[in-house]
Design a protein around this ligand. Structure first.
Ligand code: HSE
Length: 296
């Protein structure tokens, strides 16, 4: 069987809407092999589509079609640790797994650029799929079906604390909430912050993080869809985080924390258990490896 492990991702990171993302050390593992039928299951009884609507199956089938090979059926076993529909890249993980798994089963006809391009095209934006494939902190854009990207090593100075609520928010709904046009000064607000964020994470200049994750392109509209979201951001910052933002399309909130602050996570656990019991804090680090495929 082919085994594909794909990391969670946090896209946007506040200011980098549709263009910045980071891989995190929380993983889904998918086991796949060709079969005569579609046979899809999950190890923890998670509710996953078990027919042709399954995203992993659809992406694998697309790769077989592109390569001109028939796919009669597929056995897939999903071992999922990334919470679904929470803004942590669970659908991107399925897309990437379907592409990479099919590619491995076909003897690797696609190179890494093909994989980046296909994954971002299927997702519609490259900021989850690119770090899911490459690992690390990535800047990326998708133009005419091609991804232009860079994986940038960041200073080992920050942790990420995800505050994961017990409710879901679909990316479709979260994208529909954003206006079609924006004033010029809003574009400048985000452009300057996204550039500052990338530079500050690379150099470890932590004093800039709070202002650099600021955003006016998507978060103000999405907070209306995330009950307690703004209070969670304020509380995460009040507890001492360098900055906090909606992860991807939400509803999870991520705080960037100075690694030197060794008690932040335990303070956050205690505070959230009392004040926000519907939000679970999870301590995460940057994944440096990206998607990995192995053959058993
Ligand atoms: N950049 C995307 C968004 C990430 O914010 O909608 C979610 O898939």
């Amino acid at each position: 069987m082919i085994q594909v492990r794909v990391p969670a991702t946090s896209a946007n990171m506040g200011s980098g809407y549709d263009s910045i993302g980071i891989a995190l050390n929380l993983y889904n593992t998918f086991y796949m092999e060709e079969s005569d039928t579609i046979d899809i299951s999950s190890t923890h009884g998670d509710d996953v589509p078990t027919d042709e609507s399954n995203l992993i199956y659809q992406c694998a089938k697309k790769i077989y079609d592109i390569c001109g090979k028939p796919l009669h059926g597929l056995k897939i076993v999903e071992d999922c640790a990334i919470p679904q529909t929470r803004g942590l890249g669970s659908s991107s993980a399925c897309t990437v797994a379907g592409i990479i798994g099919a590619n491995a089963m076909l003897g690797n006809p696609l190179d890494q650029q093909n994989i980046l391009d296909l994954a971002a095209t299927i997702e519609g934006h490259p900021d989850n799929s690119t770090p899911a494939i490459l690992g690390g902190f990535c800047a990326a854009l998708l133009e005419y079906g091609k991804v232009w990207s860079v994986r940038v090593p960041i200073a080992d100075k920050v942790d990420f604390v995800a505050f994961i609520p017990n409710f879901e928010l679909s990316t479709e709904k979260a994208r529909a909430a954003i206006p079609k046009t924006i004033p010029h000064h809003d574009a400048v607000f985000n452009l300057s912050r996204a550039a500052l964020l990338a530079g500050s994470l690379v150099t470890g200049d932590l004093k800039n993080i709070g202002v650099a994750v600021g955003d006016c392109l998507h978060q103000p509209y999405r907070f209306k869809l995330i009950p307690q979201g703004e209070e969670v951001v304020k509380s995460a910052q009040g507890l001492g985080a360098l900055g906090a933002f909606i992860s991807g399309a939400g509803p999870t909130i991520i705080a960037v924390v100075d690694k030197a602050d060794r008690t932040y996570f335990s303070r956050a656990q205690m505070y959230f258990a009392e004040r926000f019991p519907n939000w679970t804090p999870m301590l995460l680090d940057c994944d440096e490896v990206g998607a990995v495929v192995t053959q058993e």
